[in-house]
Design a protein around this ligand. Structure first.
Ligand SMILES: Cc1cc2nc3c(=O)[nH]c(=O)nc-3n(C[C@H](O)[C@H](O)[C@H](O)COP(=O)(O)O)c2cc1C
Ligand SMILES: C=C(O[C@@H]1CC(C(=O)O)=C[C@@H](OP(=O)(O)O)[C@H]1O)C(=O)O
Length: 372
């Protein structure tokens, strides 16, 4: 099903939103890493459904059950990776599959109901979106949190993000040259991560307004990685942008990815956006960072900055037309399940996790499996 990703660490995500459970098998994760399970649980909690009236009402504990690849180390007493494939399962406990009974016949616009049936000859589990559901990002967050923990301890790489945009309301952008690991850690801890405190109220109002109008709204997450050494990556198809983008596009509802100044580059002149090299002590840096820490597909040593655009939730209660696949007639569809009015509200930790997986894959490619 295309649910396997990675070269040096490989993740394979399994399960369906309304099946027994979801999970991930992670192959190639370095041995001897002492896992901060408290951190991993807190990352899962950041993403979990049912957090407020502005998210889906489904309630899941999202507790990971570890099946393999981690053991309590007798010397330290800590849960430590063994080098064998790591497998975890998260049980589904709060499903309401009746909400989905009619969707084989009257597919939701912009969700996977129609395309999934075509691709899998109608054998796909359509309940809750099945394997296409945003719920499958829970195991991605488990894997990403483990990578974040490793990247922090081993390479001093920190990854954090903020909600840059919801609807037409924009937060400030990261200062591309001076993002600090402390700033990223603080964003990770925030219940609603924004740079300008005034954005929070305005963004929540936009989401609530859409919800009250039985509608949904899109957004953009801006994510940064600090402490990434220069010289990681390759040209062309294995470049850093394509590796990060390939996993970001694996997150359901992500419709656009840009690096540094991104699409805004198109309206600039070279003299305005070339990142000129400068010496800072013994380090070579760039004075500006419009390229978002990447040149020629290889890291420059400046912070990596990437934005992911997330579409408005497809399942809305407001009436919309769709085709009845039995009658061939257009008909009105009103969706009355439990849905996020704005996916971007829960997406920051998902985007960070995807970037962390890409960064660990790239670091292992560059430096191999040196002991912790
Ligand atoms: C964290 C998260 C939560 C989501 N919540 C919903 C939801 O409540 N309702 C919905 O229709 N889609 C939701 N989605 C998006 C759908 O899963 C997605 O739009 C669908 O699978 C089709 O994929 P595509 O948008 O990439 O084409 C969510 C996605 C994520 C990442
Ligand atoms: C369960 C989660 O989000 C779900 C993602 C989702 C979708 O279509 O993507 C639809 C909804 O599913 P359900 O109808 O079962 O409540 C969301 O609640 C989760 O993120 O853990």
């Amino acid at each position: 099903m295309g649910s396997t990703w990675g070269n040096h660490i490989k993740i394979s995500i399994f399960g369906e939103s309304h099946g027994n459970g979801i999970g991930v098998v992670m192959d190639g994760f370095p041995a001897g890493h002492c896992c901060d399970m408290e951190f991993i649980r807190s990352e899962l909690a950041r993403r979990a459904p049912g957090q407020s009236s502005l998210t889906t009402g489904r309630r899941e504990g999202d507790q990971p059950e570890i099946l393999s690849g981690m053991l309590t180390d007798p010397a330290s007493g800590e849960l430590t990776t063994t080098g064998a494939p790591i497998c975890i399962v998260i049980r589904n406990t709060d499903t309401r599959s009746g909400d989905y009974e009619n969707l084989r016949t009257v597919p939701r616009p912009s969700h996977s109901d129609f395309t999934g049936q075509l691709r899998y000859q109608g054998y796909n589990d359509i309940r809750g979106g099945g394997h296409f559901s945003g719920r499958l990002t829970a195991p991605m967050v488990f894997a990403g949190a483990l990578c974040k923990d490793y990247l922090r301890k081993k390479y001093e790489i920190e990854i954090g993000s903020h909600i840059y945009q919801i609807g037409e309301v924009k937060d400030s952008t990261f200062d591309l040259t001076s993002i600090s690991d402390t700033q990223l850690k603080e964003l990770q801890k925030a219940a609603f991560p924004v740079l300008d405190p005034e954005s929070e109220g305005k963004m929540k109002e936009i989401v609530d307004h859409a919800r009250r109008e039985l509608d949904s709204v899109g957004g953009v997450i801006e994510c940064a990685a600090t402490g990434v050494a220069a010289g990681i990556g390759s040209p062309m198809f294995s470049n850093v942008e394509s590796r990060i983008a390939s996993i970001l596009y694996g997150v359901p509802a992500v419709k656009g990815v840009e690096f540094g100044l991104g699409f805004e580059m198109a309206e600039k002149r070279g003299s305005e956006v070339n990142d000129c090299y400068v010496k800072n002590g013994n380090n070579i840096e760039t004075r500006t960072n419009y390229n978002g820490g990447i040149a020629g597909g290889i890291t420059t040593g400046m912070p990596i900055v990437v934005r992911a655009a997330i579409k408005p939730t497809p399942s809305i209660s407001r009436g919309q037309t769709t085709l009845n696949l039995k009658t061939g007639q257009e008909e009105l569809l009103e969706i009355h399940g439990r849905h996020d009015p704005c996916i971007a509200m829960r997406a920051p930790v998902v985007i960070e996790s995807a970037v962390a997986l890409a960064m660990l894959d790239l670091c292992l490619e560059a430096w191999g499996y040196a002991p912790v």
